[in-house]
Write a protein that binds this ligand. Structure first.
Ligand SMILES: Nc1nc2c(ncn2[C@@H]2O[C@H](COP(=O)(O)OP(=O)(O)OP(=O)(O)O)[C@@H](O)[C@H]2O)c(=O)[nH]1
Ligand SMILES: [Mg+2]
Length: 384
């Protein structure tokens, strides 16, 4: 299975940087030169500055119109780079990582997603985006809602990570972001690492692609890990991975279409009875009633790790709150704008133009032929 991770904007490229650390193929795209330089693991020739002619390499300051324009202008350069990375071997999934609340990621990601879909129709395009914190205010919320709408019409799935779910603890914001980014990458990388591993009951790329090909609905990745010697019930550990504390999105998992569960750990812990109990529970719980599964007994392993992917989700409190807030704001803003326009025309209507108040005012055109004629005559008079 081949995945290419493309980070867009600061949040997205930081996440891509962590994927690069664990040896994934990555590309970083940003409008900010400084943010690109700050990355540690994405190779230099995989860092692309876009929109330099409109931003001077200084970012777009949460303006998604500029983010969109930057990506549109430099799309040929970005696609050429992607083409050279892809080469002759197909990419199964393009993962686009970004922050929903900024300008470069929110504006640029849908443009790139559309171009990838057109150029590589057999590959999946999966968006992995961080939802803004409530405290960030209205602008990131609007950016997120509109970008969700756009991506839902282009991407195969949207893996949304709700930053609000991860605020616990006393970390400052950049430490909290680091922790979130690390968690996202740990989950997705663990899942991808288990695809196409030889074995009897393992997952292959087509299973993962089937689950993620879900008409631009939401997907979420759950996770649970424990020391093998301390696991009393594997079934409980699996269930924990997809219950609310296991997911980084407030979502009603009953609305999910498909699921995928991968369990990795020492063979003595991976008991079939336990695993099937949990899988039965999940199969009955989700709307689509289809769960793909992979078992990975590994005698060298001391820990048990469970990764759960749920897709086709349409019912999520995190998303609903953002979309509702943005809609309410847009409605009241549009109303205020209309009122201002009405008030303006009421106030100013009935005023005359200058001509009505200054009748008969003559305007001389200094370059008029008549004036030149007069000047000529005057000069002639002076010589006579
Ligand atoms: N999880 C996570 N979220 C982040 C991180 N950095 C920023 N965010 C979120 O992403 C949004 C801002 O996106 P950025 O990536 O900083 O913005 P950008 O795409 O670079 O766009 P501009 O800075 O406007 O050019 C905010 O809503 C933040 O909450 C991060 O490292 N991790
Ligand atoms: Mg930025």
């Amino acid at each position: 299975m081949r995945a290419l991770i493309i980070g867009i904007g600061q949040c997205g490229t930081k996440i891509a940087d962590l994927f690069a650390l664990v040896d994934f193929e990555t590309l970083a795209v940003n409008t900010s030169r400084g943010d690109l330089e700050y990355l540690k693991h994405v190779p230099q020739d995989r860092r692309l500055l876009i929109g330099e002619s409109i931003t001077g390499g200084k970012g777009v300051n949460a303006n998604p119109l500029l983010g969109r324009e930057a990506m549109k202008r430099d799309l040929p350069m970005v696609m050429k780079k992607i083409n050279s990375i892809v080469g002759y071997e197909d990419v199964d999934i393009f993962f686009l990582t970004f922050g929903f609340g900024g300008g470069t990621g929110a504006g640029g990601t849908p443009v790139l997603a559309e171009a990838l879909k057109e150029e590589y129709p057999d590959s999946l395009v999966v968006a992995i985006g961080a939802l803004p914190l409530r405290e960030e205010g209205i602008r990131p919320t609007i950016n997120a809602a509109i970008t969700i709408d756009k991506l839902s019409k282009i991407a195969d799935s949207i893996i949304a990570i709700d930053n609000n779910k991860l605020k616990e603890g006393n970390d400052d914001i950049s430490r909290a972001y680091e922790r979130i980014n690390y968690t996202i990458v740990e989950r997705i990388a663990s899942l991808l690492a288990l695809v196409d591993v030889p074995g009897e009951q393992t997952l292959d790329a087509s299973d993962l692609k089937f689950v993620l090909k879900a008409f631009g609905s939401f997907a979420t990745v759950g996770y649970a890990k424990a020391e093998a010697s301390k696991v009393k019930s594997l079934s409980r550990l699996i269930i924990k991975s997809f219950e609310s504390e296991g997911l980084y999105l407030d979502a009603n998992i009953e609305s999910a279409l498909y699921g995928l569960v991968a369990v990795h750990g020492p063979p003595e812990v991976l008991k079939a009875g336990d695993i099937f109990e949990a899988l039965d529970y999940l199969t009955n719980k989700i709307r689509g009633k289809q769960i793909f599964r992979g078992f990975y007994p590994d005698p060298r392993e001391r820990e048990v790790e469970v990764v759960t992917l749920l897709s086709g989700i349409y019912d999520s409190k995190s998303i609903e709150e953002i979309v509702r807030t943005a809609k309410e704001y847009a409605k009241s803003f549009m109303q205020a704008k209309k009122e201002a326009e009405t008030k303006k025309s009421e106030l100013l209507s009935g005023l005359p133009d200058f001509d009505d108040l200054y009748p008969g005012g003559e305007v001389y055109d200094v370059s008029s032929p008549r004036l030149e004629e007069v000047a000529k005559r005057l000069r002639r008079g002076a010589h006579d």
